[in-house]
Design a protein around this ligand. Structure first.
Ligand code: IMP
Ligand code: MG
Length: 189
């Protein structure tokens, strides 16, 4: 069976990326954004909920004036392969017409969520629209997506921590960890 349910009961496994590595990399991304958007006062749009730790750290690593906004969406992958049905739960508070928009995501996997968001926001005539993701899993990509800022490329494993959840849990871990199924753990014992 495909999708999230296959994981069943999980526990937090080994650390994939430490809190310190994440902090350093966000410092570099913040410097890049500050240089690339100098004089443009970009609008950073975070995609809730997983993005909250990244957004909080990223905006403080940026040294130029920025504004922020958030969207919340729910994604359904009916067959988990190539169809994304995405529903907007909370839309933007502010208009983006004429604004330099940087979409900020926690992780991009198939790319279907981001493809939907880009189409949705492009309609509203921003001056520019670019993408920043802290984590990227290129192995599962089913659409061609231009990513402008990427923190870390990950292998094709399910991860939690630093905002990312499994069934809403483990977002509060300060580092990124892999999850292991209890079945796997039982097999190795
Ligand atoms: P995509 O549409 O397949 O790119 O889905 C991206 C979304 O799936 C992210 O915003 C996360 O909410 C979720 N996601 C994908 N991979 C992981 C993971 O390894 N851990 C936690 N959430 C994930
Ligand atoms: Mg997300």
């Amino acid at each position: 069976m495909k999708g999230r349910d296959w994981l069943g009961e999980v526990e937090v496994g080994e650390t994939l990326i430490s809190a310190e590595e994440i902090r350093q990399r966000i410092g570099e991304i913040g410097a890049d954004v500050s240089r690339d958007y100098a004089g443009l006062e970009p609008r950073l749009i975070g995609i809730l909920k997983g993005v909250t730790p990244f957004m909080a750290d990223l905006i403080r690593a940026i040294s130029i004036p920025v504004t922020t906004d958030y969207m919340s969406i729910k994604k359904y992958h009916p067959d988990w392969e190539d169809t994304a049905a995405v529903r907007v739960l909370k839309d933007l508070d502010l208009s983006i017409g004429g604004q330099h928009v940087l979409l900020v995501e926690d992780i991009i996997d198939s790319g279907l969520t981001m493809e939907y968001l880009l189409a949705h926001l492009r309609n509203r005539d921003p001056a520019s629209l670019r993408v920043c993701t802290l984590f990227n899993k290129p192995a599962n990509r089913v659409v061609d997506l231009p990513l402008d800022y990427v923190g870390f490329d990950l292998p094709d494993v399910f991860v939690v921590g630093y905002g990312l959840d499994y069934q809403q849990k483990h977002r509060n871990l300060p580092h990124l960890a892999v999850v292991k199924t209890l079945t796997d753990a039982a097999q190795t014992d």
